[in-house]
Ligand binder design. Structure first.
Ligand SMILES: Nc1ncnc2c1ncn2[C@@H]1O[C@H](COP(=O)(O)OP(=O)(O)OP(=O)(O)O)[C@@H](O)[C@H]1O
Length: 642
């Protein structure tokens, strides 16, 4: 998919083995012993045959042979187990750091990449790396050892027969090395294709209701089929190459066998070679062939593993959000008032407090926000370097859309989503953002959370530029209720404790009651452990929204950002939530994106956004006087006479 991506080399693989050096050394010793025992076997046979031919006692050689065979088996098993265990630990390490990196990536990376493809990097690519260790690296090392020992002993037994063998091996190895480069390229194609297919399946399954409701199952299956066929074709191309590796080597080796047998037989008949020596030579030829076979398959495994490493490192090389964290956020007076010490926080969250923790320490409330001439534009695919452009087999763009589907409202190249936006949210105030769909309201909230950085202008929090605050610091001061009110798969308690991991069951039940969800916690014997299903599928739209409220209430942050937080609830619940919000805003800064103006008519100020610009700021009454757009919206909602 990205032919220009730097190609990983074996050397880049070694850092992953750090931390496993001891066990790998042990594996090396065990494989040395096991290789040594395999090499000693033909020698014993040679001694046995020559002793029997010369009518000498041979029993001791028989016992040695039995001991060598059993010892070889035991050491072989130990080597295999230790290797598998090490490989599993390496994969665990890679998966951990990959998952850590994925979660640390900036939101813009998720806008441009497909979740399914990222998932396949954590799953199947790391599994391919595993085989580099189990059947790759060590197979090659022990094969080389075995090969060298066999070569030395074959030269010692008969240099002429060895010369014949060597010519055949060199011929085969040349052919295989040539194929290796192609295998590496094809393997990358296979993994990219599997990534695209996983992304297509993920899209289909995550939107299964929409797809069924649109009677689009067949079309969606066809989309997945395009990707599956691409994976099939890439797999077949790879299989073709892999299939060619084995015959090339076998033709050369079989040729060597026949010639060695013929020439060796003639030399034994002529009395130039003993029978035991010819048998030992042939056994060594077997020992030579076996490692060549394993080295060839290890070579293929390593090529696939390196292609997987390419894909893993592509993600590892991205700049995580934390990488560009600035100096620690200065603890201003207000901020420290609003952010109590953990023990105070725990005390404040006890059962006697209201649903929102009441942090009303002396001093003014914190959380004033100021946007000054803020401009913002989402990165286009072209700026992303085409990372989103999935390719179908013929190289054309995949039918899977990569970004937001609402092309109709898309700002288009060059036009900013926010254009010179300036307004101030005083600490402890309630501010509403209103305006037509696509005006940029949610984008303002995304900038306040630092999901994206403004392309121009500045935003400050309590006088400190957001760009100078570590994101985690900033986010730990903000509670966000998102427009879609996402629910994570898992239990009710899991979802509630996301931002307040130490909250007790009593506190969970209290916030559920504050948002009118107490029935949910009591609905089944599972109570708070009620499983909400994949992406919270077992909740209604309104319940999802109330759960999002419950989450921010528990998190208890000085600033609340809410994106259409009551759009999915009935009027009774809306009243309850408004009451909760009223209580919350007594000592919090609240910014709410709203379509229904009635829900924000009593707010301290309302900012009217239109096509990325602030067209008016004022109270409901002021705006009815001053803003045509606001008056128009109000009259459409029957808040004033048309
Ligand atoms: N992640 C994104 N990538 C590219 N464009 C985006 C992205 N998110 C939003 N946009 C575009 O930015 C513009 C503003 O979107 P935003 O969601 O901020 O509007 P809004 O005022 O909140 O709309 P609504 O009221 O419908 O929620 C829209 O044209 C939208 O298509």
């Amino acid at each position: 998919m990205q032919p220009t991506a730097p190609r990983a080399t074996l050397r880049e693989f070694f850092p992953y083995l750090r931390g496993h050096v001891r066990v790998l050394l042990l594996v090396a010793v065990v494989s040395l012993v096991s290789t040594g025992l395999s090499i000693a076997q033909p020698l014993m046979v040679q001694q046995l045959v020559n002793a029997v031919s010369a009518s000498r006692p041979a029993t001791v050689f028989v016992w040695f042979l039995v001991a060598i065979t059993l010892g070889g088996a035991v050491f072989g098993a130990a080597q295999s187990y230790l290797l598998q265990r090490t490989a599993e630990s390496v994969v665990l390490g890679v998966r951990r750091s990959l998952v850590g990196q994925l979660l640390a990536l900036p939101i813009r990376e998720f806008d441009r990449r497909r979740v399914g493809d990222l998932m396949s990097r954590v799953g199947s690519d790391t599994t391919l790396m595993r085989s580099v260790i189990t059947s790759g690296l060590f197979e090659i090392v022990s094969s080389i050892l075995m090969f060298c020992a066999a070569v030395v002993l074959m030269v010692l037994i008969d240099p002429l027969l060895f010369g014949i063998t060597l010519s055949a091996v060199l011929l085969g190895a040349g052919g295989v090395l040539f194929l290796g480069r192609l295998i590496r390229r094809r393997s990358r194609d296979v993994q990219d294709a599997v990534g695209s297919m996983t992304a297509a399946v993920e899209r289909g399954l995550s939107g299964i209701r929409t797809i069924k409701a649109s009677v689009a199952e067949d079309r969606e299956a066809a989309v997945i089929d395009v990707e599956a066929s691409r994976a099939y074709r890439a797999g077949i191309a790879m299989a073709r190459l892999q299939a060619a590796v084995q015959p090339i080597m076998s033709i050369c080796i079989q040729g060597a066998f026949i010639v060695v047998l013929a020439v060796g037989g003639i030399r034994v008949a002529a009395g130039e070679l003993r029978l035991g020596d010819l048998i030992a030579f042939i056994l060594y030829l077997f020992l030579l062939v076996m490692p060549i076979g394993s080295a060839m398959s290890a070579f293929v495994q390593i090529q696939s593993g390196l292609a997987a490493l390419d894909r893993i490192q592509e993600i590892a090389r991205l700049d995580p959000e934390r990488a560009d964290e600035a100096r620690p956020f200065p603890a201003t007076g207000e901020a420290s008032i609003r952010e109590p010490a953990p023990e105070t926080a725990a005390a404040l969250r006890d059962a006697s407090a209201g649903p929102f923790r009441t942090i009303r320490a002396a001093g003014p409330p914190a959380g004033s926000i100021e946007l000054r001439d803020v401009t913002f534009r989402y990165a286009s695919d072209a700026e992303d370097g085409g990372a989103t452009a999935a390719r179908s087999p013929d190289g054309t763009a995949s039918p899977i859309p990569q970004g937001r589907p609402d092309a109709e409202e898309s700002p288009g190249e060059g036009r900013p989503v926010l254009d010179g936006v300036s307004f101030t949210v005083p600490a402890g105030s309630r501010t509403a953002l209103v305006g037509p769909s696509g005006a940029g309201k949610s984008t303002v909230l995304a900038l306040l959370e630092r999901f994206y950085e403004p392309t121009g202008g500045s935003i400050t929090y309590d006088g400190t530029a957001l760009s100078e605050m570590p994101r985690s610091e900033l986010r730990s001061r903000i509670g966000l209720v998102e427009q879609e009110a996402p629910v994570l798969s898992g239990t009710l308690a899991d979802n509630l404790r996301l931002a307040a991991p130490d909250a007790t069951d009593v506190q969970l039940r209290r916030v559920l009651s504050a948002v009118g969800l107490d029935a949910l916690g009591d609905r089944t014997a599972d109570g708070l452990h009620l499983n909400l299903g994949e992406d919270g599928i077992r909740l209604s739209g309104g319940q999802r929204q109330r759960l999002a409220w419950a989450r921010v209430i528990l998190a208890d942050r000085p600033v609340l950002l809410m994106d259409e937080p009551t759009s999915a609830v009935d009027s009774r619940t809306e009243q309850l939530l408004q009451q909760t919000l009223g209580e919350a805003s007594r000592d919090r800064t609240v910014v709410v994106v709203a379509h229904r103006l009635s829900t924000v008519a009593d707010f301290d100020q309302i900012v009217v956004l239109d096509q990325g610009r602030v067209t008016a700021v004022g109270t409901h009454e002021e705006l009815l006087e001053e803003s045509d757009l606001y008056r128009d919206m109000a009259s459409r909602q029957r808040l004033v006479a048309a």
